[in-house]
Structures are given as structure tokens and as C-alpha cells.
Design a protein around this ligand. Structure first.
Ligand SMILES: *[C@@H]1O[C@H](CO)[C@@H](O)[C@H](O)[C@H]1NC(C)=O
Ligand SMILES: *[C@@H]1O[C@H](CO)[C@@H](O)[C@H](O)[C@H]1NC(C)=O
Ligand SMILES: *[C@@H]1O[C@H](CO)[C@@H](O)[C@H](O)[C@H]1NC(C)=O
Ligand SMILES: *[C@@H]1O[C@H](CO)[C@@H](O)[C@H](O)[C@H]1NC(C)=O
Ligand SMILES: *[C@@H]1O[C@H](CO)[C@@H](O)[C@H](O)[C@H]1NC(C)=O
Ligand SMILES: *[C@@H]1O[C@H](CO)[C@@H](O)[C@H](O)[C@H]1NC(C)=O
Ligand SMILES: *[C@@H]1O[C@H](CO)[C@@H](O)[C@H](O)[C@H]1NC(C)=O
Ligand SMILES: *[C@@H]1O[C@H](CO)[C@@H](O)[C@H](O)[C@H]1NC(C)=O
Ligand SMILES: *[C@@H]1O[C@H](CO)[C@@H](O)[C@H](O)[C@H]1NC(C)=O
Ligand SMILES: *[C@@H]1O[C@H](CO)[C@@H](O)[C@H](O)[C@H]1NC(C)=O
Ligand SMILES: *[C@@H]1O[C@H](CO)[C@@H](O)[C@H](O)[C@H]1NC(C)=O
Ligand SMILES: *[C@@H]1O[C@H](CO)[C@@H](O)[C@H](O)[C@H]1NC(C)=O
Length: 639
């Protein structure tokens, strides 16, 4: 029998930055594989539209429900099939998660669970019926732990299983043995397709586990390690659905701009942008100071500093509900807001020092959302703004992707954000993002074998930065050594220097004599000089020193070899950001990590949630439809 929700292990899969080395190795391997591949794959379009069969099987009002899934907004879900035989389920898109999350049957068990729980949570995954499930036990989800204690405590039943894109028969690509988490928590009401290609490192497992996007790329199903996503906007045109393109982008969906955002130095927050201002259509300034904020579609709301929330409160007449921590909107207030019809313009910049940015404008309708069980007891309107306790919580959630089009290129470590355009029946124009040439992005070829070195997790950023600094120091030391040697040789030709050398040699010879004498006397102290038994070596004192100085280099190449590949990325970030001194950067990096992995976040008491989750452990019999689905390779056709 396989384990299902046994006593929580409370360990956390480490997707920390030192897994970056693995990713780089991965990319390198993939690039080599790509060069070898005869046929080039094209970008995959993942359509949120369900097949007829599922619309019928779903609810009588199936079509309407499809564009309005989720308990905190009308979100477009994407169909995937999980397990063998394949079970159809629907998920949202997470730019932060590195694995696929599906709501497990345990997620709808317990008292006070509505009877339509399974339907509203995107259809459940029954781990027990999947013959290809390989269990790895419960692990912390380890994403969004900066957003409060609830998120930090969330965990899933992890394992490996087959995951295919689209519904059965739709011909989407299917991959075996991918990391899947079965969710029980209510904090994520619907499952997630994780698009972050960082590998997942389970601490009881030697090798980092590749992400779904990496596997698609490695299997030549997509042309590059990249994706584009927009969440859809049910208030636009004929209720516009979301769009996900893997390995490319859809040119017909957005207004081009010239701004490219480099990845943030902290890999777990790579999609960080500068938010320079938020301006209302009446000229109101809603963001007193520019902030750095993460684009993260795992959560719905926009998390802003308290001053900004205050400005929103006065502009929109919002009232904060302390119980639910939401800006609930009653009917009267809703009518007023609709009449005001204030639109907001968010100005994004690569760094806060930049003056030229991208404007993304939102009509009020983008914030006119509803929230329902389990966040509130009865469905209500709310404004999707959340108070952030501090700068680690600043987030542009899925709401932001209603009017924005996000393209992320992991090969080039950059991304772009563009204003979504709305044209009825615009013809699709999917453009592939090609990988960089192997020589460009491989960059540190031949250094890939040092990935798996045991390092303390908490200091990994520090270790990497340390490694970089050690590497720089080693290069500097080596350069100095060479320079010194050449200079030394030049000077040897000079008489005075020759005399010096003669003296040095004489000294060394004396030392050598002493050494030999000591050796002859069998005096163990001889080794305390730290010189080798080769007497000639003693004459080249500097060369003796150099190995000592070179030690960091040896250390660096042995232990941080491919970390230095990501070092390149980090160094680029160093140049790009305001922090210009290496010293300060080094100090900040571990600090940032500690914030992210800290366990002592508190936001609200989560006692009720926990005990409720534990109560649900008893099994119930619900039949989920399942049929045989043989994996269909290649050529995913949308619609
Ligand atoms: C689910 O059930 C609740 C009440 O039990 C109801 O309010 C809600 O509208 C239902 N949701 C759907 C999608 O049918
Ligand atoms: C995936 O698993 C199925 C069934 O176990 C098998 O038939 C298929 O060949 C596997 N595909 C790959 C690419 O390994
Ligand atoms: C609706 O909310 C506004 C503020 O958000 C409040 O002033 C008003 O009294 C509320 N109206 C009702 C009927 O609750
Ligand atoms: C609100 O303003 C937008 C433009 O910002 C406009 O397209 C829309 O029709 C307006 N809605 C209402 C209800 O007036
Ligand atoms: C972006 O919006 C801001 C504020 O509304 C405005 O000052 C600026 O000119 C806009 N920039 C562009 C390029 O439209
Ligand atoms: C829902 O109702 C229950 C019981 O009536 C109450 O204890 C709980 O606080 C309510 N939840 C919310 C979010 O209002
Ligand atoms: C990434 O950078 C390259 C070259 O600098 C640029 O051509 C490309 O458009 C950028 N990609 C994105 C998604 O911004
Ligand atoms: C990649 O390599 C090809 C052929 O070697 C070359 O034509 C092309 O310009 C290269 N592209 C880049 C981005 O270097
Ligand atoms: C790295 O790649 C270059 C160009 O392909 C090659 O000349 C060089 O030998 C490679 N270095 C190592 C260490 O493999
Ligand atoms: C994975 O995590 C374990 C435990 O934290 C660690 O010992 C191991 O080095 C890590 N592996 C990689 C490749 O990062
Ligand atoms: C940010 O706020 C959270 C929740 O209040 C807190 O746990 C965390 O320590 C804070 N982080 C920093 C760096 O202040
Ligand atoms: C899950 O699958 C097991 C084994 O087939 C079955 O006994 C159980 O009833 C199923 N659970 C649900 C909720 O469908």
C-alpha cells in the first residue's frame, strides 16, 4: 500500500538557488540535445477550452462556469491529465511553482465541505487509482512562504506521475515521471501548473528533480525554455480566456514595447520588476514610493505597501475587513465604483533608477471580483488588493495578468511585460522563441560535473556569492602571480636584482641545508616549514606561496564550478542594480534568503484550517471518471 497523507514529515523540498547549477547543466544538456534534434519543435499553445465531453460532464451551466473558476476571481483554468489511467483535472498557472499541483481527493473530505467541492476545485485527482504514481511523501510546498504563516505551512503529497497537457484525446504532449503534488490545503483552491524551470531538490534525494517545463524542452516538445501567459479577462469582449504558450509567444495579443526586464538576482524571485507608480485616471497617485515587486500568478491579489493601500482606500472608498483580510465591497459601494469607473495605470521599470517603463492600464472592471468559500461563507464582491506587511510580500498576482502579457525566456534570463490588446477574433500569430546558440548560453562548458556538493541550505546564496568572490579572488591572485612572475623574470636580468636573487638563493640554500640537516636528523619539525622535500622548490618562494593563494581557485573550481555559470548571471545583476559594491551585495544576499525561507511568518491564526485539514483524512468514495489515455507525442493542436 502506498502512503497517503501519513503523519506530515514537515520537511521542505529545497528549490533554493544552488539548484541553479543543476538547471544550468540541464540547459546545457538540452541545448546539445536540441542541436542534435532533426526536427525543430514549435511553440505549444495550451488552450483553456475544454473538450465537449467535459463540458457536458461538468455542470449544466458548464460553459459559463469554465470562464469563472476559482474562489477569488473568474479565472481561466487549463486542462491537464494526470496519472495512468489519465485523470482529467483543471489547473491555474503558477509562475513560481516548480512542480504540478493537483487537488487530491483528500482536498474535498471532511465536515462542512460543500457537495460541489470537487467541481469547484477543478476536478480531483485520486492518487490511489493511478498505477504510475510513485510516492515521495508529504513535503512543504515551499512557495509563497513569505506571504504568511498559512502559506508557509502548506504542504502537498509529493510523488512522480505522468502529466499531459490538455484533455484526453486532445493530442497534447505527455511526460512520464514528472514531479506532482496532491493538494489538500484550501489556500490554493485550484491546482497549479508550475512553469518555473528550477529543479526541485528533495532533501532525501540525491538528484534535483527536473521541472515540467525543463522536461518538455529536453524531450524536444518545445523549442526553448520559455513561456508566455496572460490570465484572460472575463469582462472583455466575449469573455476572453487565458492564453498559455510554451516555447514562444502569441504576437496578436499584446502591444510591443522595447523594455526588457533582466531576472532578479534571487532566483526564487526572478520575475521581480520595479513598480514606479500607480496612477488613477483622475490623476491620483496611489503609490507614494516606487517598490520592487514580484510578478507571481500563484496568488490572485495585488499585495502593496500599507501607504499604497491607504491611498486605494481613500480613492475607491474601500473598507478593510479585519476578519477576512479582504477589501469587501457591498452593493452600494459597488454601484458607486462602477459609476466612478476609475482606471489605473501601473508603470513598470526594470530598476527603480530607470525613467522609461511600461504602462499597463486596468479598467475598474479588472478589480470588480467576487470571493467565495472558503475565504468567506457567502459569495461577496471584493477588491483584490492585499496589505503587505513588508517588502518581501509585494506581489503582482494573477489580477495583474488580466491586462498584461508576460513572456519569460529562461535561456536569456530575461522577460517582458506588455499591455494586452483587445481585438475581436484577432488571428493567432504564434512566434517561437529560439534557444540561444549553445556556445552563448552554455558558456561554462565542461564544468558541469560539480553540481552535487553538499552545502548547508540556509547559506546557499552566501555560498554562491562566496564562491564567486573566491573565484574572482583566485583569478586576481593568478593574474597577479603571472604578472609578478614575468616582472620578476625581467628584473632578474638587472644586475641589482640579480644580486638580490643571489642573496635569495643563498638564503634559500641555507634554508635548504637546514632542511636537509633536519631531514637527515630525522627531525619531524622539517615538515613544519610547509615546504616540499624537493630542495629546489625552496628557491621559488613565490611559487610556494602561490599554491597557498591559489587554494580558493582550486576550491572554486572543484566546488562551485558551475555555480560560476550562474555567477555570470549574478554578476550581470550586480552591474544592473544599484548595489554596486560586492561587499554590500554579499551581505544582502543571505539576508534575502533568510527572509524567504524563514519559518516564523505570522499573519493570522491558522488553527482552524489545520485541524480541519486533519479531520479530512478519512477517505470517502467518490468516483472520478477515468479512461485509458496513451500518451500522444508531439504536435499539440489548439482548439
Ligand atoms: C456550490 O455550492 C454552493 C452552495 O452549496 C453554491 O453557493 C455555489 O454557487 C455552488 N457553486 C457552483 C459552481 O455551482
Ligand atoms: C510512458 O509510460 C508509458 C506507460 O507506462 C509507456 O508506454 C511510454 O512508453 C512511456 N513514455 C516514455 C517517453 O517513456
Ligand atoms: C457599504 O460600504 C460602505 C463603505 O465601503 C459603507 O459606508 C456603507 O455603509 C455600506 N453600506 C451598507 C448598506 O452596508
Ligand atoms: C469604464 O471606462 C472604460 C475606459 O477606461 C470604458 O471602456 C468602459 O466602457 C467604462 N465602463 C463604464 C461602465 O462606463
Ligand atoms: C505612463 O503613465 C504615466 C502615468 O499615467 C504617464 O505619465 C506616462 O507618460 C506614461 N508613459 C507612456 C510611455 O505612456
Ligand atoms: C463562516 O461561518 C462560521 C459559522 O457561522 C463562522 O464561524 C466563520 O467565522 C465564518 N467565516 C467567515 C470567513 O466569515
Ligand atoms: C531578451 O533579450 C534579448 C536580447 O537582449 C531580446 O532580444 C529579447 O527580446 C529579450 N526577451 C524578452 C522576453 O524580453
Ligand atoms: C547562432 O549560430 C548560427 C550559425 O552558427 C548563426 O548564424 C547565428 O547568428 C547565431 N545566433 C546567435 C544569436 O549568435
Ligand atoms: C568549450 O567550448 C568551446 C567551443 O565549443 C571549446 O573550444 C572548448 O574546448 C570547450 N571547453 C571545455 C572545457 O569543454
Ligand atoms: C539537495 O538537498 C540536500 C539536503 O538539503 C543536499 O544535501 C543536496 O546537496 C542538495 N542537492 C543539490 C543538487 O542541491
Ligand atoms: C515580513 O513580514 C512577515 C509577516 O509579518 C514577517 O514574518 C517577516 O519577518 C517580515 N520580514 C521582514 C524582513 O521584516
Ligand atoms: C480513489 O481510488 C481508490 C482505489 O481505486 C478508491 O477505493 C477510492 O474510492 C477512490 N476515492 C475517491 C474519492 O474516488
Amino acid at each position: 500500500m502506498r502512503r497517503i497523507w501519513t503523519a506530515p514529515k514537515r520537511t521542505t523540498p529545497d528549490v533554493g538557488p544552488h539548484a541553479a547549477a543543476g538547471l544550468w547543466l540541464w540547459i546545457t544538456i538540452c541545448l546539445v540535445a536540441r542541436v542534435a534534434a532533426a526536427t525543430a519543435p514549435t511553440a505549444l499553445d495550451v488552450s483553456p477550452i475544454l473538450s465537449d465531453r467535459d463540458v457536458v460532464a461538468f455542470t449544466p451551466r458548464g460553459t459559463d462556469r469554465l470562464i469563472r473558476e476559482g474562489n477569488d476571481g473568474p479565472w481561466s483554468t487549463f486542462p491537464i491529465m494526470v496519472g495512468s489511467p489519465a485523470q482529467d483535472t483543471r489547473v491555474l498557472i503558477s509562475t513560481a511553482s516548480t512542480s504540478t499541483w493537483v487537488v487530491a481527493v483528500q482536498g474535498c473530505q471532511g465536515s462542512d465541505i460543500p457537495s460541489n467541492c470537487s467541481t469547484t476545485r477543478g476536478s480531483l485527482f485520486n492518487i490511489s487509482t493511478s498505477t504510475s504514481w510513485q510516492d515521495n511523501g508529504p513535503w512543504g510546498l515551499n512557495i509563497e512562504s513569505n506571504l504568511g504563516a498559512n502559506y508557509a505551512a502548506d504542504e502537498g503529497q509529493f510523488g512522480w506521475d505522468t502529466v499531459g497537457l490538455g484533455f484526453q484525446g486532445s493530442g497534447g504532449p505527455t511526460l512520464n515521471h514528472t514531479v506532482v503534488a496532491g493538494l489538500q490545503t484550501m489556500d490554493y483552491y485550484i491546482g497549479m501548473l508550475g512553469l518555473n524551470p528550477r529543479p526541485t531538490n528533495f532533501s532525501d534525494f540525491n538528484h534535483p528533480q527536473p521541472s515540467y517545463l525543463s522536461l518538455l524542452y529536453e524531450n524536444s516538445k518545445i523549442p526553448s525554455l520559455s513561456y508566455s501567459y496572460t490570465a484572460g479577462a472575463q469582462y472583455r469582449l466575449n469573455k476572453v480566456l487565458g492564453s498559455l504558450t510554451l516555447g514562444g509567444y502569441d504576437d496578436s495579443m499584446f502591444a510591443h514595447n522595447s523594455i526588457t526586464f533582466p531576472f532578479y538576482y534571487d532566483q526564487s524571485r526572478d520575475l521581480t520588476v520595479g513598480l514606479k507608480s500607480i496612477t488613477g485616471s483622475g490623476g491620483e497617485s496611489l503609490l507614494p514610493n516606487g517598490i520592487l515587486t514580484l510578478i507571481d500568478t500563484t496568488v490572485s491579489q495585488i499585495w502593496l505597501p500599507r501607504e499604497a493601500c491607504t491611498a486605494f482606500e481613500s480613492t475607491f472608498g474601500l473598507v478593510y475587513d479585519e476578519t477576512t483580510e479582504l477589501y469587501l465591497v457591498n452593493d452600494t459601494q459597488h454601484a458607486t465604483l462602477q459609476k466612478q469607473n476609475t482606471s489605473l495605470t501601473f508603470t513598470l521599470v526594470p530598476t527603480l533608477a530607470d525613467t522609461v517603463g511600461v504602462n499597463i492600464t486596468f479598467p475598474y472592471a479588472a478589480f470588480d471580483l467576487e470571493v467565495s468559500y472558503p475565504l468567506v461563507n457567502t459569495t461577496q464582491r471584493y477588491f483584490p488588493l492585499h496589505r503587505a506587511d513588508n517588502d518581501t510580500q509585494y506581489t503582482l498576482g494573477r489580477v495583474f495578468l488580466q491586462e498584461a502579457y508576460l513572456t519569460v525566456d529562461y535561456g536569456r534570463s530575461n522577460f517582458s511585460v506588455s499591455q494586452r490588446t483587445w481585438e475581436l477574433n484577432a488571428p493567432k500569430h504564434t512566434v517561437d522563441i529560439l534557444p540561444q546558440n549553445a556556445t552563448d548560453s552554455g558558456n561554462g562548458n565542461g564544468t558541469g560535473t560539480a553540481t552535487v556538493t553538499a552545502k548547508p541550505q540556509k547559506t546557499s546564496i552566501g555560498a554562491i556569492v562566496g564562491g564567486i568572490i573566491a573565484g574572482i579572488a583566485a583569478i586576481a591572485a593568478l593574474a597577479f602571480g603571472i604578472w609578478f612572475f614575468l616582472r620578476h623574470r625581467r628584473r632578474v636580468s638587472e644586475e641589482q636584482k640579480a644580486a638580490e636573487l643571489a642573496q635569495a638563493i643563498e638564503r634559500a640554500a641555507q634554508q635548504e641545508q637546514k632542511h636537509k640537516a633536519a631531514l637527515a636528523a630525522g627531525n619531524a619539525d622539517a615538515n613544519d616549514f610547509g615546504i616540499s622535500r624537493n630542495p629546489d622548490a625552496a628557491t621559488y618562494k613565490h611559487e610556494l606561496d602561490t599554491p597557498g593563494e591559489k587554494t580558493p581557485e582550486m576550491y572554486g573550481s572543484n566546488h562551485y564550478g558551475n555555480v560560476e555559470m550562474s555567477a555570470e548571471e549574478l554578476m550581470a545583476e550586480l552591474a544592473a542594480r544599484e548595489e554596486s559594491t560586492v561587499g554590500r551585495f554579499e551581505l544582502e544576499a543571505p539576508h534575502e534568503l533568510a527572509e524567504l525561507s524563514g519559518e516564523d511568518r505570522r499573519r493570522m491564526d491558522c488553527e482552524g484550517l489545520h485541524s480541519q485539514q486533519q479531520q479530512r483524512n478519512a477517505r470517502r468514495n467518490i468516483n472520478t471518471p477515468a479512461s485509458t489515455g496513451t500518451p500522444r507525442p508531439f504536435s499539440w493542436q489548439q482548439e
